[in-house]
Design a protein around this ligand. Structure first.
Ligand SMILES: N[C@@H](CCC(=O)N[C@@H](CS)C(=O)NCC(=O)O)C(=O)O
Length: 205
C-alpha cells in the first residue's frame, strides 16, 4: 500500500504522525508550510477541498479528517499489531465510539473554548461567561471517562492501544486550550502515562 501524509508540525496532523510511528507504518510525509498558505494551493485543494492538514493519500485516493485517518490506520495496521480491536468485536465498537466522542463531542467544546478565551483569537470574540460554561461542560464530559479508568488501566483494558493515543491526543490538546483534567484524577493519571509513550518524544521534537 502506498501512503503519503500531508502534514505540518504542531498541528492536527501530529496525532496521525504519532500513530504512524506507533504502528511502524511506512509512509512518505510531505510538510506543508501553513503560514505560507501551501495548504490553499490548487494542487493541494484537489486532494483536500478544505485546505487543511492532515490528508493521507492511500494508493492515490485522499482521506481527510484526522479522526477518519486514525480509525482507518487502526483498522488497516492496528489489528495485526494488537493495537486496535478486530472487526466484529464489541471492543471495535467501543473504539469507534470513544475515538469519535473525543474528536467530535469533546473536540467541539475545546474549539468553542478556544474561541471564547484564547489569546490567539481576536479578543472581540472572547466571552468570559461562555468560557466558564464550556469549561464546566468539558469537566462534566470527563465523568464517564473517569469511571471507565476506575475499572482498567487503559481505555480498552489493561493494555495500551491506539484508542489511548487518539483520545489522549485530543485531551492533551484540550489542556493546552485551558480544559483542565485535574478534577478527574484517574484521567489525569492516564494522560500522564500516555505522555510517557516514547513515540511522543520521538516525532515532531
Ligand atoms: N478537523 C480537521 C481540522 C484540520 C485543521 O483545521 N488543520 C489546521 C491545522 S491544526 C490547518 O490545516 N489549518 C490551515 C488553515 O486553516 O488554513 C482534522 O482534524 O483533520
Amino acid at each position: 500500500m502506498n501512503l503519503t501524509l500531508y502534514a505540518s508540525p504542531m498541528s492536527s496532523a501530529t496525532p496521525v504522525v504519532h500513530a504512524l510511528t506507533e504502528l511502524e507504518v511506512d509512509c512518505e510525509i510531505v510538510i506543508l508550510d501553513l503560514k505560507a498558505g501551501e495548504q490553499k494551493r490548487p494542487d493541494y485543494l484537489a486532494i483536500n477541498p478544505h485546505g487543511v492538514v492532515p490528508t493521507l493519500v492511500v494508493d492515490g485516493t485522499p482521506l481527510f479528517e484526522s479522526a477518519a485517518i486514525l480509525q482507518w490506520l487502526g483498522e488497516h495496521y492496528g489489528v495485526q499489531r494488537g493495537l486496535w480491536p478486530a472487526a466484529g468485536t464489541p471492543a471495535r465498537l467501543e473504539a469507534l465510539s470513544w475515538s469519535t466522542w473525543a474528536y467530535v463531542s469533546y473536540g467541539m467544546l475545546v474549539n468553542a473554548l478556544n474561541f471564547a478565551q484564547s489569546p490567539n483569537v481576536d479578543a472581540r470574540l472572547h466571552h468570559a461567561p461562555l468560557a466558564e460554561e464550556i469549561r464546566r461542560r468539558l469537566a462534566r464530559a470527563l465523568d464517564p471517562l473517569e469511571a471507565r479508568l476506575a475499572a482498567q488501566a487503559w481505555l480498552l483494558g489493561e493494555r495500551y492501544s491506539l484508542l489511548d493515543l487518539i483520545v489522549g491526543s485530543v485531551l492533551t490538546h484540550g489542556t493546552y486550550c485551558g480544559a483542565s483534567v485535574q478534577r478527574h484524577p484517574r484521567v489525569a493519571d492516564w494522560l500522564g502515562r500516555f505522555a510517557q509513550r516514547p513515540v511522543l518524544a520521538r516525532t515532531w521534537a
